[in-house]
Ligand binder design. Structure first.
Ligand code: PLP
Length: 436
């Protein structure tokens, strides 16, 4: 990268004084690189990067899309291979009674402990986030008969909005949209204005997928509860990156992905949380045999299982759950607070480079700067980013593009170094200069 920098005229001839040949820009770049190296040297999680599988992706010099698809662990490859050989081939159908049937709850409890601040018996793993959002939201509105609105925000992830549209149509409810500002996100004040005695449910993302805005979950829950509504939180962009305290915050329902910061792999199953005291009254709409009180009695009529298990529908995706244990082992040993600390340092560093290198080229930071309101990624805006995606990939730099002009920089704390961020944003700067 530095080879492409404009050279100081004196650099071509023999230098007289070493200090004079360094251009101011080169000196600043060196300072920024040194800063990254110092941060890496002081990073208690730095060694964990070696536990990720890098074979086969040596062309990637900077992976900045951990918020969309996390990297695989070496242990994941081994565990999948072991599972296929020993458990699948070895146990065959006996695997179900040996333990597979309990995996949705076992992994749910582990996830609850390591990442969600949820006591056992409230979290389950299975289905996709979309399907779980549907089940939870439908169960929630049915548990508030007579109430006619669902409150949500316009900037939430599309699937969340679409699912609610479907439920509103199905149940004859009205969707009440809060227009969110990408920088200020969803605020308690906006929620207070929107909810009423007619509100059945509110649904928001803990970390907004576009701007990275971090919502004040506890404050919003209190407002919704005062109005008698239930709350459903989408944790897809916070789980594994931002500490979550579901029990402490009084969350009713939550769902989220395990393939983003939890590195579960493409299409890895999602998780759902239902607060203990709500479980006896909620009825989810996809009444399958796995959520039945006694799946193998094969009896007439659906009788829901006790507790969180009633959230299951069909056969759980056991093979796709295999990576989760390895990822939770790593997250547990790292500690979510340490992960969050590094995540904030990483995004601070992204903001620093954005201000120094990219702002002069017309790039704006489209999200919160305040640490307390920031999730794990930073969104940069500039017309023309779409055209830069292919050249960035060609040079081994992989950020995330969101229409129309957003580039999301999502450095996963467990697998990303500060020098990697320096490298990636340096390439982005070079490309922007060529485009200008
Ligand atoms: C990634 C993401 C999803 C994805 O849902 P799938 O069912 O896994 O496709 C949903 N909601 C939010 C907020 C997300 O960030």
């Amino acid at each position: 990268m530095t080879e492409d920098l404009p050279r100081h005229p004196e650099e071509t001839g023999p230098p007289c004084h070493a200090e004079e040949i360094v251009s101011p820009r080169r000196a600043e770049d060196d300072d920024l690189l040194r800063h990254a190296e110092e941060l890496d040297a002081g990073d208690p999680l730095a060694d964990l990067r070696n536990q990720f599988l890098t074979a086969g992706n040596a062309d990637v010099i900077s992976y900045l899309d951990g918020n969309s698809l996390g990297r695989p662990l070496r242990a994941t490859a081994t565990r999948i291979d072991d599972f296929v050989r020993e458990q699948w081939a070895g146990r065959l159908i006996r695997g179900w009674t040996d333990g597979w049937l309990d995996w949705p709850q076992r992994l749910g409890d582990r996830l609850g402990e390591v990442a969600l601040g949820a006591a056992p018996g409230q979290t389950i793993v299975g289905d996709s986030t979309t399907v779980l959002l549907y089940k939870l939201a439908r169960a929630a509105v049915d548990a508030r008969p007579g109430r006619t609105t669902i409150v949500a925000d316009t900037d939430n992830f599309p699937t969340d909005r679409y699912v609610l549209e479907g439920i509103a149509a199905e149940r004859g409810l009205t969707l009440q949209w809060i227009t969110t500002d990408p920088v200020s996100g969803i605020t308690p004040e906006q929620v207070a204005e929107a909810v009423s005695p007619g509100t059945a449910l509110v649904l928001f993302s803990h970390v907004a997928y576009r701007s990275g805005w971090l919502a004040d979950v506890a404050a919003i829950n209190e407002i919704a509860h005062d109005a008698g509504a239930l709350t459903l939180w989408d944790l897809s962009h916070s789980v594994g990156s931002v500490p979550v305290r579901l029990d402490e915050w009084g969350v009713d329902l939550a769902a989220g992905c395990t393939y983003k910061y939890l590195n579960g792999g493409p299409g890895a199953p999602a998780f759902a949380y239902v607060r203990k005291d709500l479980q006896p009254t909620l009825r989810q709409p996809i009444q399958g045999w796995m959520g039945h009180r006694a799946s193998f009695e094969m009896g007439p009529g659906h009788e829901p299982a006790a507790g969180i298990r009633a959230m299951l529908s069909g056969t759980p995706p056991i093979l796709a759950m295999v990576p989760l244990d390895a990822n939770l082992d790593m997250l547990q040993s790292a500690g979510i607070e340490t992960v969050r600390h590094k995540s904030l340092q990483l995004t601070d560093y992204v903001l620093l480079l954005a201000d120094r290198w990219l702002a002069p080229l017309g790039v704006e930071v489209a999200g919160p700067r305040e640490a307390a309101r920031r999730g794990g990624h930073v969104t940069l805006n500039r017309p023309g980013f779409e055209d830069l995606l292919a050249p960035l990939w060609d040079r081994g730099v992989i950020p995330d593009y969101r229409r129309p002009d957003g580039l999301r920089i999502g450095p996963a704390p467990l697998s990303t170094s500060f020098v990697e961020v320096h490298r990636g944003l340096g390439v982005l700067r070079d490309l922007l200069e060529k485009q200008a």
